[in-house]
Design a binder for this molecule. Structure first.
Ligand SMILES: [Zn+2]
Length: 85
């Protein structure tokens, strides 16, 4: 009955990610290219005085975001770490 209302969480795109996409970002994880479980990531974490604005935002999937956590790390360094997974 409710099938039409089901949210596909695997490919659900949060509103903040949609904003980045409308600003020209691809709707994929900038680190691994995944299209699943996308999330908004603060390039400079809020805990490191990063601003909560779209210019400090990038798209990461859930697993890359978990690895990055709230560290201040460049995309290249993050990619190197992810290769070990
Ligand atoms: Zn990823």
């Amino acid at each position: 009955m409710n099938k039409g209302n089901e949210v596909n969480y695997m490919f659900y795109i949060p509103k903040r990610v949609q904003v980045l996409v409308s600003n020209g970002c691809k709707a994929v994880c900038v680190c691994c290219g995944s299209r699943k479980y996308l999330s908004f990531d603060h390039i400079i974490p809020l805990s490191k005085d990063g601003k909560d604005c779209n210019s400090n935002g990038q798209i990461l999937c859930k697993s890359c975001n978990n690895i990055k956590s709230d560290r201040l790390i460049t995309l290249n360094d993050l990619k190197k770490e992810i290769k070990w997974y």
